[in-house]
Design a protein around this ligand. Sequence first.
Ligand SMILES: [Mg+2]
Length: 359
Amino acid sequence: MRPWLQGIKWGGFVADTEPTRERVRGCLVGLAVGDAYGAPLEFLHRSQILRQFGPSGPDDLATWGGLPGGSYTDDTQMSVATARGLLDWRAASGWAPGAAVDLGALAQAIWQRYLDWYRSGEWEGHAPGTACLKALSDGKPVADNKGCGGVMRVAPLGCAGLEGAAFEAGARAAALTHAHHTSDAASGFQALLVERLVGGDELRVAVAAARGVLAAWPGSGGALDAVDTAIALADVVSVDTYEALGRIGHVGVETPDGGGKGWVAEEAVGIGLFCALRFAGDFAAALRAAVVISGDSDSTASITGAILGASGGLAAIPIAWRDKVEGRDDLLRLADELAVPAGERKGPAGSALPPVGSH
Ligand SMILES: [Mg+2]
């Protein structure tokens, strides 16, 4: 048994006290839980959500589309494909932590896994993004499209020790289907943010680091605005959560009658980041904030869940939700394949896990 396995049984898995591995597990399970939590609300207007569930949203991972509660959507399916593509590339290239990353080869391996996903048809009935399907059908990215189908699936690129290459890896993975500099920038930010968190940075430190790279990225425009607005409003208690989401999501393709919508990349990452920052110690509250919007509730909550899972590890996620989410054990196995433990990383060693709330 590896030294970091301490014999605490959970759902057939032994709780992992190696901090990097625990955070990677938290990221993958967190993004799936967020996706499953938001899935029943994706196409509901805020007024419908309030009527059906009240201001706090659902209490549980609810059923949707005839599927059992805990079922996830295309966001997690494509995130899993990203992770598998990364593992394919790593196996084929023999890459080791600290070595240069061949970003073209990595993107090609991910593309192949996206094609496999598309051809499998597993997306049917799971609300897939139209740009993703079109790009995979046409064999090329959809021009001038900044839908959030790119940024929603790049968190695994921050889970495998790519360190400084994570930003560009995220941008390139998104660009496989969405040809738009704002999608590139938002996706690079999300991948690097996760990378910093998995590496042991405290949330605010990780956000500042990823924001710094985003600011220097050519054409970061709308993504930088959304990230900066999220950071600026997270601690302003006089601005309530929904008002803040409306300000972050105002750049959308619809009139902002319902506030933040998250259909496009910079809104999705800005909303996800805001919810993670404002409710950093309370995973469930962060997800609730992310889903009670007239928009892409599963993607915004999935992005929030990836961030807080990568920050606090599995322990940050409510037990009932992580036990219920579809494919939990497969996600844990995938996380363990992706993770590069702190002792094997070339950058600063991962620090101890931050304290988490009561979940
Ligand atoms: Mg979805």
